[in-house]
Design a protein around this ligand. Sequence first.
Ligand code: SF4
Length: 469
Amino acid sequence: MAMCQYRNINDECGVFGIYGVEDAVSLTYYGLHALQHRGQEGCGIVSVDENAEFHRIKGKGLVTEVFKGDELQTMQGKMAIGHVLYTAAEGNRMENVQPLFFHHNSGDFAIANNGKLVNASELKAYLEKRGSLFQSSSDSEILAHLIKKDFRGNCPRIEAILDALNMMEGAFTFLVMTSRRIYACRDKHGLHPLAIGKLGDGYVVASETCAFDTVGAEYIRDVEPGEVITIDHHGLRSNHYSQFKHHHMCSMEYIYLARPDSDIEGCNVHAYRKESGKLLFKEAPADADIVVGVPDSSLSAAMGYAEASGLPYEMGLIKNKYIGRTFIQPTQALREKGVRMKLSAVRTIVKGKRVVLVDDSIVRGTTSRRIVTMLKEAGATEVHVRIASPTMTEPCFYGVDTTSYDELISARLSVPEVCKAIGADSLAFLSEESLYKAGNRQELCTACFTGHYPTALYHNSAICKKCKK
Ligand code: SF4
């Protein structure tokens, strides 16, 4: 998994929940650890003990930094939810570190979310007019206020949740935990993954199935778009809040975001990437000696390209795994330095060779330029860049930080111009059609490549900027 800070695409968040299992808190810790690639800025766990008391630990930093020492031992219970946070989605404030916890006369509850609402401002304005006060900029708080807004004492909680979800537009995978159950909710467009697994007599729910393997759970099924699954002592119960349903899974999950050992809607991420590499070779063969992938997220596609081309797959780039997170700061100058600290070319492998460099995407182009330069400085005679996704020309409004129009190099330059800007000898991108083919999919979100957003879009400064162009 590519550590996001040097690739210009930043992961979203990750959620994990567990019901009816001893050591629920420790297992949530392991589950969050498996989802760490989805967010490194903060994390938290909320558990419910046998007396229906809620316990929470959260903080800024990695899972291993926030949950230190014996703190977790103080959290009891057979039920918990957890969250890893990526900040662009929610803002780098402690109040936004999830799960969020709410007191209410109908009973306390906690919420964690992965995704981003596109009508958050409208919903906030509506709720504030009705007297709601917000403490964070998190979409989870909007859900909490919507759930609470019309709550009548005799109304089942699930009805309030279904009503609230019906008002929300955009991408979300909410986990709502009360003292007795967990509700796992997915948006009707199916933009981000959420899967259910079985563990002993209990259940787990997670953004990615790699977390199931870590805790020893068995995958059962995905939460369907527009579905809310209630997990409690009755087992699993399903409700649907919308008849409008699509499987517009974020294609970046397959291309870059998810771990290769995760399966998303029945398709393994490594297998998807490998197939995309094969299709990339068919569409854009290169006259070269070796194939090199950019670690880690492009290695599967590079393997596919090598297999289809018959060229040797070589480890021409090495990633330094031990670089501290704190070295990588989100400024352009430091980002560029970060590339050099994170990646090195293997001189003896690439010297005198014509290299096919396979990468998953080009965002700003600065990383690609650095890597091409690095390979040439190490003695590569030619570098042919092949990208296992189409040109990225539009921003994402669904929680994946693919930066703004101004910074997207392919929004400003043609493919030959990008090729020149990054110093490559040739450059080609995968077609949109092959994104579907690689996973044998009928539907996907490809909006950052095509501008075809699967949801309505509300007022947004990035959209306004495009109009002014
Ligand atoms: S716009 Fe791009 S990054 Fe965002 S959800 Fe769609 S495919 Fe994923």
